[in-house]
Write a protein that binds this ligand. Sequence first.
Ligand SMILES: Cc1cc2nc3c(=O)[nH]c(=O)nc-3n(C[C@H](O)[C@H](O)[C@H](O)COP(=O)(O)OP(=O)(O)OC[C@H]3O[C@@H](n4cnc5c(N)ncnc54)[C@H](O)[C@@H]3O)c2cc1C
Ligand SMILES: Cc1cc2nc3c(=O)[nH]c(=O)nc-3n(C[C@H](O)[C@H](O)[C@H](O)COP(=O)(O)O)c2cc1C
Length: 790
Amino acid sequence: MRIAVVGGGPGGLYFSALVKQLDRSHEVTIWERNAPDDTFGFGVVFSDETLGGIEHADPLVFAEMQRHFARWDDIDVHHRGTTTTSGGHGFAAMSRTELLGILQRRCGDLGVTVHYRAEAPHPDRLREEYDLVLAADGARSQLRTAYADVFRPSFETRRCKYMWLGTDLVFEAFKFYVEETPHGVMQIHGYPYDRTGSTFIVEMHDDVWQRAFGNIAALDLPPGESDTKSIALVEQLFAHVLDGHRVFANNSKWLNFLSLRNETWRHGNLVLIGDAAHTAHFSIGSGTKLAMEDALALAACLHEQPDLDTALTAYEAERRPVVLSTQRAAQASLEWFEDIGHYVHQEPEQFAFNIVTRSRRVTHENLRLRDPEFVAGIDTWFAGSQPVPTAPRPPMFHPYRLGHLELKNRIIVSAMDMYSAVDGLPTDFHLVHLGSKALGGAALVMTEMVCTSPEGRITPGCSGLYTPEQEAAWTRVVDFVHGATDARIGVQLGHSGRKGSTRLMWEGIDEPLPEGNWDVVAPSALPYSPANQVPRELSEAELADLRDEFVRNAEAAARAGFDVLELHCAHGYLLSSFISPLSNRRTDRYGGSLENRLRFPLEVFDAVRAVWPAERPMTVRISATDWFEGGTDVDDAVAVARAFAEHGADGIDVSTGQVVKEERPAFGRSYQTPYADRIRNEVGREFGVAVIAVGAISSYDDVNSILLAGRADLCALGRPHLYDPQWTLHAAADQEYAGPGVTWPDPFKAGSRRPQTGRSEGPRPRLELVRHGEPRTRHARWRPGSAPTG
Ligand SMILES: Cc1cc2nc3c(=O)[nH]c(=O)nc-3n(C[C@H](O)[C@H](O)[C@H](O)COP(=O)(O)OP(=O)(O)OC[C@H]3O[C@@H](n4cnc5c(N)ncnc54)[C@H](O)[C@@H]3O)c2cc1C
Ligand SMILES: Cc1cc2nc3c(=O)[nH]c(=O)nc-3n(C[C@H](O)[C@H](O)[C@H](O)COP(=O)(O)O)c2cc1C
């Protein structure tokens, strides 16, 4: 094969060396516009996992790299005059210059042709003359730009400025220095790369940068001079960290991180790798690692697959999910640093836990394995920081006071519509469903959205509280929960608005009924989708009637004995559709500004609060983002939460989306938690309001991590409770915890330990006798970075 590689960075060089090793008959040519020793940047970091792959693929390159590695385990967090260390992380780093040198030499030895100081020929020509063209030409890839209509790249310029610098101060760990300067919070990401120096990245929010460096930028100096002045100021601001050491630049300038994604990575025989295909914020590990992993996967696919087309398809299929997952973690991490100003108030233990778990990939449990002492410290701190300090226990089992209501632990069964009511009447299904969840150990069990009128139902299977029979049926459920368990039960009240008159979930969610539709109402006459009914725009008189309906249902809920009332202002139902500018286009005092759009939901809240018993808490569920351009986003969510807090809400339940059909949610592990986090840190603390996180929180480890990092006060879990009604009790058993906050109902106590599994009578394999080069047995364990011995 004739292969053209544009770009002699780590991606292009590593791929060329690998592909040439796999088949010496390949003709590989690289164009690199820089000189061989012209490399920019300082150190590159690898995790143990990446190193495992590199070690297998090319032991010679790996051995060379290993000779240059700086290795360390600790992350030191310097914050408010304290240093908190989290150990066991296993990093290796080396200088980028050294890495490129190794790869360049390897390419030279293997007969790869490299044209240095040479612009690549036009991509059309390359595609014609070569069997395969590799675009390894970095984030500003010209090859990708030439076929932008095919690759359809999307760019997002982020809100922090950073500069990549080096220092001759050799750190002994990965360092975060978080400084509260007069201009705002700035942070250093520092790590050693060899015996002579460390990478020293300085980063801050655009606003902070403007205050600190805006004067220099305003001088309108030539770029080099301006950067030199900036670097002198960085040295001055971090003089106490540098302790007399110098900071040096290498083509360093202020940048805003550019998040880059492409819809596809290939165009015929042209394929993107590394930064040309995707970027991931430097704070979770370098782009170098991703570029080298891409190179490895592409070389392997070319070797394994019968033809080029299949190989390129296999490469993208293999790498895309891994890259997407890394980009999600990188996004969480970069957003965390953008918002760092909201976290600096945290106590050092919590701040350190927060910073190391910021990408949501590292959790309480992972950290316990890496550094039990660090985790014991944070558990002890958390236990001591409670209103009534206790001995450490799994964080999820600390009690919580929601308004005046004592909750035994931090778990809520999230509201879930069962679509099993008959003419609005809850049935035995509801008794068994909610009863079993209350027996399962959660502190608070929420009903489904209980609708305020027949027309306010979503589907014919939705329940209400608008008739005496419905009130009696709900009273039976509440009485069971109160009589048989120490759980609390809350009612979620809502009106379907323009999403009403639709089918049961399993018959076609949000689709209109085949027959028997009822009229739907909304702030504006805009249908949820072209297939849904066009709602009638509500008049002010109708709004007053609807508000009174909420009040009557709330009075019934109070009589039924519910402990908590949650107003459903999320998911595009009536109250939510007032808040979103995508569904509310009114021109009266109920539309336009956020203040106006909130008017009706707040009127309903106030009217309900007035009749809901003062000692019983009220919460509000919101959609913190519409996941669609022009809709609400996190800043609006903070304002919405603040408004409800000012009106007396005891808790904000932070969900997202389902407001417009065209939404584009970024699903992933606990993907809604960053919204809860922002609200907790900006509103929750100020008003003493509880913040509830929900959405793809599926393990006790996620819950513990969220609580310890201060991202929420309570966690609501939906689907995990459909899978396992005794989710909370099982979480206690799995953590081998049986203290306060866990109540196995007396009749269930005999089953409070994980059942024994079958025991094999045969002896367990204890010894492994494996030699180098021999096939490993089923039991052989491979640890990255270690050779199998025996
Ligand atoms: C200023 C700066 C400093 C950085 N420092 C570090 C660091 O210290 N540690 C770290 O881990 N990561 C660092 N990074 C990020 C890291 O460089 C990338 O994520 C990683 O190198 C990606 O590898 P790549 O092979 O995909 O692309 P790159 O390393 O960007 O390589 C692309 C190469 O293509 C060449 N090229 C582009 N177009 C053409 C053309 N038309 N003709 C010929 N040649 C061309 C470029 O000269 C470049 O050498 C830094 C990035 C920047 C911008
Ligand atoms: C079957 C089902 C019904 C739901 N009904 C409601 C509801 O009535 N009210 C509500 O606010 N959310 C409802 N939700 C959303 C859940 O409360 C929760 O926010 C969502 O499922 C994400 O949490 P999870 O990942 O833990 O399931 C429902 C979810 C499911 C799966």
